[in-house]
Design a protein around this ligand. Structure first.
Ligand code: SAH
Length: 500
């Protein structure tokens, strides 16, 4: 039978797709059904037809799946944030474990035996709500022209007015309401994407879950806000009642604006001007204190990050004499955790403000055995390697550095990578292979690019030894993962094959 757009069909959902959608068949025709949960029988409306498959969305749940739960957020179907909020948390974890495994098989080309022999069960969250320490809320207008803030509806730039996201902190709502009332009272306009006019584009809020310190940064299409002191006043008057993990009251310690006059989708502008307090907030992770500035990356789920870093450290098997590179190091969180257990750590990161934070964080924690380099991993590492020259590149390999077990900068014992979703650049992987660390610890937020990169590294003489998912993003389809790969053969072919 031929299907067409707007047809209503009954589908039994048998699988889950990459974006969390349900997958089922009707008369042999495969449908990807948005908001359907595996195990559901639904009536779905077809939204798009292709030759062999189509897309649809749930009109009515006929028989709910045993995995279906009452969503916490009224906007979960419209909002692009939580794709699988209607699925029980236990089933979400099964989905994420399978996602990593399937990517390792299909994209990484590992066999089921290889993966099943090394893959550990995913580390789930104790409390899958209110776990995010960071949120960026777009500011705009509703149809009636009222000032609103909330989230973009999935795949659009229409703002859903919702200050009460179930993934963020409950204090975000108070802060957003204070910002909106400051804007109304002082006739401050919101940015309009279509015309490029108006001032306030986004509100960034970041909370130190341990320290209780809160950062509020308004992204502004201009250099200045009207009556800036009124914004500060409104924010500082919020009566917070919760405390951070250290028992101190939650309080705003940093108010700033980020100047962004570009007509683009990039949220933050690079110029930051502090209106009140400090440029950074501080937080504690794994017993270390970190300065976090508005432009720097900081893991969004602190509880799970401690588990993630704990695993990365365990996989690195540090004894105190190792040399370690930490690529994509952000503000140096992993670098500093490793530095306490290694001889020397080198960090590489592309965002200059993050490198500044990283250096300050090393000083603040009195850690001297770490050096940070600003630049792209795929440029810094190859440049450093090339500059050493062939003599030095080959020395040390079987020489002193190896024998003493402490490696050196050119021949590290361990390389840690924690790239963004797009994974590592080929040039970076290639240089890692030439440097021949004994162990590579790959921390990934996208198991598809992870699997692709592991294939390159394993073809270059490494073996997959440990894999574990760590869920940092409950309610969403995203999952973090840590892998350990170790050098298998003392392979000289790769080195000589690739030498210029
Ligand atoms: N390891 C850190 C940061 C991980 S996020 C932590 O756990 O907090 C990935 C980081 O890679 C971000 O800080 C991002 O700015 C940085 N980055 C992105 N592309 C990069 C590249 N090509 N080279 C180096 N760093 C990059």
């Amino acid at each position: 039978m031929e299907f067409k757009k707007n047809d209503i069909v009954t589908v039994t959902i048998e699988d889950i797709g990459n974006d969390g959608e349900g997958i089922g068949k009707t008369e042999g025709y495969t449908l990807f059904v948005k908001d359907a949960v595996i195990g559901d029988v639904v009536e779905a409306r077809i939204t798009k037809c292709k030759k062999n498959y189509g897309y649809a969305r749930v009109e009515k749940v006929v028989t709910p799946s045993s995995f279906r739960v009452e969503p916490k957020c009224a906007f979960h179907r419209q909002c692009g944030g939580c794709q699988i909020q209607a699925m029980s948390y236990a089933r979400q974890l099964v989905y994420k474990q399978d996602k990593i495994r399937n990517n390792l098989l299909r994209i990484g080309g590992f066999t089921a035996e290889q993966v099943d022999a090394v893959m550990e069960p995913i580390a789930g969250m104790q409390e899958p709500w209110h776990y995010r320490n960071k949120a960026q809320f777009p500011v705009g207008y509703d149809r009636e022209g009222n000032l609103i803030t909330g989230f973009y509806a999935g795949r659009t730039h229409n703002i859903i007015a919702n200050t009460d996201c179930a993934l963020g902190t409950v204090e975000n709502k108070l802060i957003l309401e204070a910002v909106l009332s400051y804007m109304r009272e002082n006739h401050v306009t919101a940015y309009r994407e279509n015309t490029g006019e108006g001032l306030v584009r986004h509100v960034l809020i970041r909370t130190g879950f341990t320290s209780g310190q809160i950062m509020v940064c308004l992204v502004v299409n201009g250099k200045k806000l009207p009556a800036e002191e009124k914004l500060t006043e409104a924010l500082l008057n919020i009566p917070f009642t919760s405390t951070g993990g250290n028992g101190q009251n939650q309080r705003i310690t940093s108010i700033s604006i980020s100047i962004n006059r570009e007509k683009s989708n990039v949220i933050m502008g690079k110029d930051i001007r502090v209106l009140w307090g400090s440029r950074c907030i501080q937080d504690t992770l794994c017993g270390l204190t970190f300065n976090i500035s508005p432009l720097s990356f900081y893991q969004v789920n602190p509880y799970q990050t401690e588990k993630l870093y704990g695993l990365a450290l365990e996989y690195a098997e540090l004894t105190g004499k190792e040399t370690v590179w930490d690529l994509y190091c952000g503000i140096g969180t992993i670098s500093l955790c490793m530095a306490k257990k290694a001889r020397q750590v080198y960090g590489v990161e592309v965002v200059p403000q993050a490198i500044e934070d990283a250096r300050e964080n090393a000083r603040m924690n009195q850690i001297g055995n770490v050096e940070f380099y600003e630049g792209k991993a795929e440029e810094v590492l190859p440049a450093f390697y090339a500059q050493a020259g062939p003599g030095e590149q080959l020395a040390g390999k079987e020489g002193n550095a190896k024998e003493s077990g402490c490696g050196d900068k050119l021949h590290p014992n361990v390389i840690v990578v924690d790239p963004p979703r797009k994974g590592c650049d080929e040039k970076c992987l290639e240089t890692m292979l030439r440097m021949k660390p004994e162990r590579i610890v790959y921390v990934s937020c996208d198991s598809a690019t992870l699997a692709r990169d592991l294939r390159v590294l394993c073809d270059g003489g490494y073996e997959l030894q440990r894999v574990r998912g760590v869920d940092q993003f409950g309610g969403t389809v995203h999952v973090e993962c840590v892998c350990l790969i170790v050098q298998t053969k003392v392979d000289t072919t790769y080195q000589s094959r690739n030498l210029p």
